[in-house]
Design a protein around this ligand. Structure first.
Ligand SMILES: NC(=O)c1ccc[n+]([C@@H]2O[C@H](COP(=O)([O-])OP(=O)(O)OC[C@H]3O[C@@H](n4cnc5c(N)ncnc54)[C@H](O)[C@@H]3O)[C@@H](O)[C@H]2O)c1
Ligand SMILES: N[C@H](CO)Cc1c[nH]c[nH+]1
Ligand SMILES: [Zn+2]
Length: 429
């Protein structure tokens, strides 16, 4: 992990670069090949890729009713209770996001309406390479159900023995997912985008994943399917000052680092003391934890950055546009007001990212790699389309008819004008 003190402004851009940037071309080519194979060979390509990447020998891709029943007994009551509480909070926060229709009479006799309508068929990707992310099932399937999506399918890589982790199956059933397929990586994304013998084609694909998954979502979105957002290797930016408990900061770093070798953690601080002691506190805490190899690899592209003041800190943070932003600083509330770019923000010392990852109720499927500049994390809106409606009466034609005629004429679109002129003439009779 690097410590950088008072970097010059012209170096900030390069300090904001993600670890993935260098490997993009190689990943792009691999993913293009996988998508082409799935389009050509359907289910058999999925089965072959699962053998290659997970070691699983599959004869069928869909999880059976027996496997779902077995999952109910295979996890502890303690875990079920935890999943249930998290599900309740996620449901409460996402239900509150449902939007009422918008209806306005813009001119006399001209009524405009906007109504949110659920996307019919959605596909959820649940990562399973490094950990079985059953929490992600809740984050995607609960809002999909609340939004009213008619068909919700889920893909996740199986384990070597060909099974899906029982907590993923429990969470999926709890959230109302009916069809689950044992396939992961770019091949799962390809399958949901075109449909195979087993996996249905969907209208929109959701979910995070590693760089292969993220690249596949971006490639398929150029053809026939929508995606939620580019959500790749997880990242956190912590803003902390000398009031912050260094162990809290270190644990927040490590909880990101354990997600995978591509994850990135950044500390922005105005405390020289915190910048100096953090690496040692991280080492001490890491020595008590599993996954040290993964954490060490992730920490090679993590950074401690000492800046002069909170203005610099917020300017840097907004430039980096983190997926997660933890503000563990004496001015936490004031700094939170200055956030322009971030996926999800954790305010104060008692708000670790873990809370939002699992159970506070906010969604943890968030834009990474700087995409928080323009994308939101998953929310109810992600599962809806907004359809607009309008109804004009003869009074409405009288109100805006001449305006439409003039504008159409000036765009040289005389059929547009005619459609209005005929009606204007009709109401004069
Ligand atoms: N942004 C978010 O909201 C968010 C949320 C949760 C997790 N995440 C991220 O999701 C990621 C999960 O990654 P993961 O690897 O554990 O699981 P994953 O399910 O995303 O990927 C595993 C699959 O990737 C494919 N794969 C692996 N190596 C490959 C190779 N060399 N060539 C082609 N395909 C290959 C295989 O099919 C494998 O089964 C982590 O990076 C984590 O940080 C992000
Ligand atoms: N931090 C991940 C990306 O937001 C989500 C997650 C799932 N489980 C634990 N964490
Ligand atoms: Zn996490």
């Amino acid at each position: 992990m690097e410590t950088i003190k008072y970097p010059a402004k012209d170096s900030w851009d390069s300090l904001c670069r993600r670890a993935l940037a260098d490997k993009a071309a190689e990943v792009t080519a691999t993913v293009t090949d996988i998508i082409a194979e799935v389009e050509k060979r359907g289910d058999q390509a999925l089965i072959d890729y699962e053998k290659r990447f997970t070691g699983a020998s599959l004869s069928a891709l869909e999880v059976t009713a027996e496997e779902l029943d077995h999952a109910e007994t295979a996890i502890s009551d303690e875990l079920k209770t935890a999943i249930n509480q998290a599900a309740e909070n996620i449901e409460a926060f996402h239900k509150a996001q449902m939007m009422a229709p918008v209806e306005v009479e813009t001119s006399p006799g001209v009524r405009c309406l906007q109504r949110a309508v659920p996307i019919e068929r959605v596909g959820l990707y649940i990562p399973g390479g490094n950990s079985p992310l059953f929490s992600t099932v809740l984050m995607l399937a609960i809002p999909a159900r609340i939004a009213g999506c008619r068909e919700i399918i889920l893909c996740t890589p199986p384990g070597k023995d060909g099974s899906v982790h029982p907590a993923i199956l429990y969470a999926a059933r709890l959230a109302g997912v009916k069809h689950i397929f044992k396939t992961g990586g770019a091949q799962a994304i390809a399958a949901m985008s075109v449909g195979t013998g087993s996996v249905p084609k969907v209208d929109k694909i959701f979910g995070p994943g590693n760089r292969f998954v993220m690249e596949a979502k971006q490639q398929v979105s150029r053809s026939n399917v929508a995606i939620d957002m580019p959500a790749g290797p997880s990242e956190v930016l912590v803003i902390a000052d000398d009031t912050a408990d260094a162990e809290f900061v270190a644990a927040d770093f490590l909880s990101q680092a354990e997600h995978g070798p591509d994850s990135q953690s950044l500390l922005l601080t105005d405390s020289a003391r915190l910048a100096d002691i953090l690496p040692e506190v991280i080492d001490r805490l890491m020595s008590t934890l599993p996954r040290q190899d993964m954490m060490n690899r992730s920490l090679t592209h993590s950074r401690v950055i000492l800046l002069h003041d909170t203005d610099e800190i917020m300017a840097f943070s907004n430039m980096y546009s983190p997926e997660h932003l933890i503000i563990n600083h004496r001015q936490a509330d004031a700094l939170a007001e200055k956030v322009i770019n971030a996926g999800s923000v954790f305010i104060g010392p008692w708000s670790p990212e873990s809370a939002g990852d699992y159970a506070s109720g906010t969604n943890h499927t968030l834009p990474t790699s700087g995409y928080a500049r323009a994308y939101s994390g998953v929310n109810i809106d992600s599962f809806m389309k907004k359809i607009t409606f309008q109804r004009l009466t003869p009074q409405g034609i009288a109100s805006i008819g001449r305006t439409v005629e003039i504008m159409a004429e000036n765009e040289d679109l005389m059929a547009h004008k005619l459609a209005m002129t005929l009606r204007l003439n009709a109401i004069k009779k």
